[in-house]
Design a protein around this ligand. Structure first.
Ligand code: URA
Length: 283
């Protein structure tokens, strides 16, 4: 290795460390053989250029990978999102009068194709008496295995964040915009989120929380019905219009994003302090 290459490699490692990348294992395996095959195809035929991925808005999952430096091999293939489908008719949920019945209705619901590939229906964890409801994006692998939201690495960080302002599973109720894990942890499509939306709306009505906290862009956009990005939405109290009342709602950064972008934790901390402050007015 030339001295300049070694210097470049060591600078890159220092940059990773500064960005908080402290492990070398990705969320998904990278097929290096496919990557080098693609590169050699391009060398064989210079007219063939590798297709760039279209730019995407950051989500809990994609933004969380944003510390990847420019020269990495192409991302591993993820199962593609299915083409948009007509939504299954929204089920009538008004007659459901408690959260256990709603959970059973969600588990029996066949209007979201993700259910076919998921192992469990991941409905909620926490207290049904909670004043604080947290809504994340979608179950990941650990959540799918255990059938509960936020029990993996992001969940552990979320628990620490809550503990920092005196909250825990006995004082919060946690769910997601969808109840089934998207294959390969891809971002759920708007259609998938839409298919579960009537359940989430009824879940909010039945829980009747005093405040809602939206974890990440997917939850924030869906619940606040906006296309604004999470960086603009976070740290501001907005109102969610439930059927019978308006509920103060605060968007913040997703813990999975914070795991990979620890420098953004200061924003999440400010949001947590806003939540804490609000909760003192409720006591
Ligand atoms: N990320 C989410 O958005 N929800 C989970 O339950 C776990 C990780």
């Amino acid at each position: 290795m030339r001295e300049s290459d070694a210097k470049q490699a060591s600078d890159l490692l220092a940059w990773y460390a500064a960005m908080g990348v402290d492990e070398a294992i990705g969320d998904v395996p990278v097929d290096r053989f496919a990557a080098s095959e693609a590169a050699s195809l391009v060398q064989d035929d210079p007219k063939k250029t590798p297709r760039a991925d279209p730019p995407q808005a950051p989500t809990a999952r994609s933004a969380a990978r944003s510390t990847t430096p420019p020269a990495t091999p192409p991302r591993a293939k993820r199962p593609p999102a299915p083409p948009p489908q007509a939504n299954a008719p929204a089920p009538a949920l008004d007659g459901i009068m408690n959260l256990s019945e709603l959970q059973a209705a969600a588990a029996a619901f066949d209007g979201c194709a993700l259910k076919r590939t998921a192992k469990t229906t991941c409905f909620s964890r926490g207290s049904e008496q909670a004043k604080v409801m947290l809504i994340g994006e979608a179950p990941g692998r650990d959540e799918d295995l255990q059938g509960k939201p936020f029990v993996g690495r992001a969940g552990k960080l979320l628990d620490k964040m809550l503990a920092a302002i005196g909250l825990d599973e006995t004082s919060v109720y946690i769910t997601n915009t969808i109840y089934w894990r998207p294959p390969g942890n891809r971002t759920p499509t708007p259609q998938e989120i839409q298919s579960c939306a009537p359940f989430l709306a009824r879940q909010i009505e039945l829980l009747a929380p005093e405040v809602i906290v939206l974890l990440g862009g997917a939850a924030a956009k869906s619940i606040l019905e906006t296309t604004e990005g999470i960086m603009r939405l976070r740290g501001k109290w907005k109102l969610y219009h439930a059927k019978d009342r308006d509920i103060p709602t605060l968007a913040t950064l997703h813990p999975a994003y914070l795991l990979r972008s620890p420098e953004a934790k200061r924003f999440a901390w400010r949001d947590l302090l806003m939540l804490k402050e609000r909760l003192t007015t409720l006591q």
